[in-house]
Design a protein around this ligand. Structure first.
Ligand SMILES: NC(=O)c1ccc[n+]([C@@H]2O[C@H](COP(=O)([O-])OP(=O)(O)OC[C@H]3O[C@@H](n4cnc5c(N)ncnc54)[C@H](OP(=O)(O)O)[C@@H]3O)[C@@H](O)[C@H]2O)c1
Length: 190
């Protein structure tokens, strides 16, 4: 962690705070995926082991991929140099794509070396990170997901101030309405 680093959380959340179902996202909104890519490109990504699995166990290109998992940290150390089935294959340091696994969120934050850090889930990691994050990039997807199994913590307006809000769009394929909002942590003397 560099002294000037900003800790961002980036998430897409339903009106009932659902974010996941059966190890995947409950929707596919291509404009949201493009937003995620544009925001995070070049930065450090921090994700839990299940989210790493949900993206196919391959590092997202052009970014520093840091996976939080005691088990993977141990496995990847042992498999160093090998192209394991679920290891850091696909890394390409010359193209800015790196992957590592660490034992805790604290270690992930220490290891993050890029100016922008993005906590990208899932639920377990968001719950630990929301108390230390500076900024939230939230895609509000206007739906509810009754069979969801993973949730984002409720955004407390006493802690988070809405700084930016896009117009509402509609995904042409799934028909869901959504908008992008940015929240900043209120200063303690407000
Ligand atoms: N809507 C969105 O924007 C969004 C974004 C990301 C993910 N998701 C969804 O969220 C779901 C996954 O979330 P999840 O809560 O099940 O899992 P997760 O947070 O992705 O990963 C949980 C795993 O991370 C590791 N971990 C977490 N905290 C740790 C700590 N302090 N120390 C060591 N290891 C730690 C553990 O791995 P080990 O068991 O290996 O130790 C734990 O089992 C999926 O459905 C995914 O699609 C949605």
């Amino acid at each position: 962690m560099q002294p000037e680093q900003i800790i961002n959380i980036i998430v897409a959340v339903a009106d009932d705070w659902a974010i996941g179902r059966d190890g995947d996202m409950p929707w596919h909104i291509s404009q949201d995926l493009k937003f995620f890519k544009a925001k995070t490109m070049g930065g450090s990504l921090i994700m839990g082991r299940r989210t790493w699995e949900s993206i196919g166990c391959k590092p997202l290109p052009g970014r520093e991929n840091i996976v939080v998992s005691a088990r993977l940290a141990e496995e990847w150390k042992m498999a160093e140099g090998e192209d394991g089935a679920c290891g850091p294959s696909g890394a390409d340091a010359a193209a800015g794509t790196t992957a590592m696994a660490v034992e805790s969120l604290e270690k992930a934050l220490e290891a993050a070396s890029r100016p922008e850090v993005f906590i990208m889930g899932g639920g377990m990691i968001y719950r630990q990170a929301i108390d230390i994050a500076d900024r939230l990039f939230v895609t509000h997807v206007h739906t509810t997901v009754p069979d969801a199994d993973t949730y984002f913590p409720v955004i407390d307006p006493e802690v988070w101030q809405l700084a930016e809000r896009s117009n509402t769009s509609v995904d042409p394929r799934c028909g869901l309405k959504f908008e992008f909002r940015t929240y900043l942590r209120r200063s303690s003397d407000e």
